[in-house]
Design a protein around this ligand. Structure first.
Ligand SMILES: N[C@@H](CCC(=O)N[C@@H](CS)C(=O)NCC(=O)O)C(=O)O
Length: 207
């Protein structure tokens, strides 16, 4: 049984839940009350010294970094559909996963934290603008790569790369940012139609 330290407004935690759900793996969610600072407590820091969610705990193993957790689950359970082992396909999935973490993640945090979660007096408007500028740079890359393909890595079915990118897009929606018309928007609709993905969306967004 996996234990996932989780917070519903964490896109990084939600992507792991999507995979656990989609693969039918046994798990429990351990709610970390980030809004009350629980991630900063010594008890949680002993689990993840980065003071972040998610963290996966199982069989004495503690893993942080959402994408490392997803790869671990795929490798351990042979989730070929989500993370095919054929090297050219896997390389493209890894490329988009790492690209999302290195190029997109901070922009999403900058936009959403400063538009939605930070108290008004702490909002960093320059960070919001920086994040939006980065998203304006990245969105056309997604748009172009989806030309003639349903899923970002060219697979026949959604892969972890689609879930990783889309979890960020769902987070951006909290701040009112949405993919424009075109391939990107149609792709996001396809990801949202995946039951395991839709199930993880926080209530605020579904409203
Ligand atoms: N690279 C990490 C990022 C995790 C992350 O940024 N989590 C956020 C919630 S979405 C968090 O816990 N932030 C608290 C903090 O950084 O202090 C991953 O992919 O798991």
């Amino acid at each position: 049984m996996y234990k996932l330290y989780h917070f519903p407004f964490s896109q990084h935690a939600r992507r792991v839940v999507t995979l656990l759900e989609a693969a039918g793996l046994p798990y429990t969610l351990e709610h970390v009350a980030m809004d009350a600072g629980e991630h900063l407590t010594p008890a949680y820091l002993a689990i993840n010294p980065n003071r972040q969610v998610p963290t996966l705990v199982c069989d004495g193993l503690k893993i942080h970094e959402s994408t490392a957790i997803m790869r671990y689950l795929c490798n351990r359970h042979g989730l070929e559909d989500w993370y095919p082992s054929a090297l050219p396909v896997r390389a493209e999935i890894d490329q988009w996963v790492d690209w999302t973490q290195s190029r997109m993640a901070q922009a999403v945090i900058d936009i959403v934290f400063n538009s939605v979660f930070a108290p008004a007096h702490m909002r960093d408007h320059a960070a919001i603008e920086r994040g939006k500028a980065r998203m304006s740079e990245l969105a056309p890359m997604i748009e172009a790569r989806l030309d003639g393909r349903d899923w970002i890595a060219g697979t026949d079915r959604p892969s972890i790369a689609d879930v990783v990118i889309a979890s960020n897009i769902s987070q951006l929606q909290l701040a009112g940012w949405r993919p424009a018309n075109g391939n990107f928007k149609a792709w996001y609709g396809r990801v949202c139609a995946i039951e395991a993905f839709a199930k993880t969306l926080p209530e605020m967004e579904a409203a």
